[in-house]
Design a protein. Sequence first.
Length: 139
Amino acid sequence: MNADALAKVVAVVLWADEKVEDEELSVAEKIFSKYNIPWTEAKKNLESHLEDLYDPGEDDEEFTETDEDFDLGNIYLGEVDNFEVLNDLSALIVADKVVSFKEVDILHQITKAINAEPELATAALVKAARESNAEFNFD
């Protein structure tokens, strides 16, 4: 598992709903532990990626976020089962029991970035939502 790539996708999922809650951090810690990545190392990478996502730029720059601005590019997670990782990320999404449209979109963008089939993202999210009784809120 590429620890930095995992930190990047976990950070993007945490960022998607514009809040990082304790339940989500707990799930994130379990994800890194599952892949034998020490939480101290993972947390540093995660915080770095979150800072990049929340940083609007330099003081003299005007920042406006649009969907076109957000591009994950290609992400190589390593020799892992992409569906398993998508299941883990989906568990992170449903940790707060609410799934937003932005979170669905982000999971699909991650799926594209790791070169996996889009149906895997949908299947993983539906499975996680069902198991956690999460609700979908697209308002």
